[in-house]
Write a protein that binds this ligand. Structure first.
Ligand SMILES: [Zn+2]
Length: 201
């Protein structure tokens, strides 16, 4: 694709149901052309106001209070300060390593449950989104083609919610009950023939 075509695509042809497409193109431009899916996801996280606000709330409600109670840190409005004498670079390295060890040991013992409290709080797929997913699939399972008249249809999360998958339409597909139950939650195969967006009116 040449520059002019891409320019026209971005300005006029890109149909958006979220910020993901322009975000992805912009991120790849910033990354000088290519980046791993993981690093793109990490860049997206930085933009996610809901996630940032969520963690601000967590920090203020729990660890900030506890650590202040122990005299480890001080807080002045939005500014948080470690309440220590000036540390040498060696002392910082020792403390940093100890924190890292405690984090890793905790993740090792709890696994995904470290983050599951947040996933459990996710709201269900709203009816309006559910309708759009079913409509985009013409009321048929995108895997086996069975129709709503013959089977119960589910709105399936392509990336499972237990792995951080969202309720955004890009992460949803229409599967019949049998296909959905056959798909384990370790499987994130996207069975849709085209993107949902292409089929939306
Ligand atoms: Zn099916």
């Amino acid at each position: 694709m040449d520059f002019a075509t891409l320019k026209t695509f971005i300005s006029n042809d890109m149909k958006m149901s979220h910020i993901y497409q322009p975000f992805l193109i912009r991120s790849l431009l910033d990354a000088d052309g290519s980046a791993t899916v993981r690093s793109l996801a990490q860049m997206l996280l930085v933009l996610d106001e809901s996630q940032i606000a969520y963690y601000e709330k967590i920090l203020k409600s729990m660890p900030l209070k506890v650590l202040r109670g122990h005299g480890v840190l001080a807080r002045n409005g939005e500014l948080v300060t470690l309440a220590t004498d000036k540390l040498t670079i060696e002392q910082k390295a020792v403390l940093r390593r100890l924190c890292e060890e405690r984090i890793q040991r905790f993740i090792e013992s709890r696994g995904l449950a470290v983050w599951d409290h947040r996933m459990a709080n996710r709201e269900l797929v709203p009816d309006s989104i559910r309708y759009r997913v079913l409509k985009a699939a013409n009321g048929k399972c995108v895997l086996c083609g069975v129709s709503a008249a013959d089977a119960r249809l589910h709105v399936d999360h392509i990336i499972p919610r237990s792995q951080g998958g969202s309720n955004d339409i890009e992460n949803l597909q229409c599967l019949c009950e049998a296909c959905n139950l056959g798909k384990s939650n370790k499987d994130d195969t996207d069975f849709r023939p085209n993107s949902v967006e292409d089929k939306l009116p």
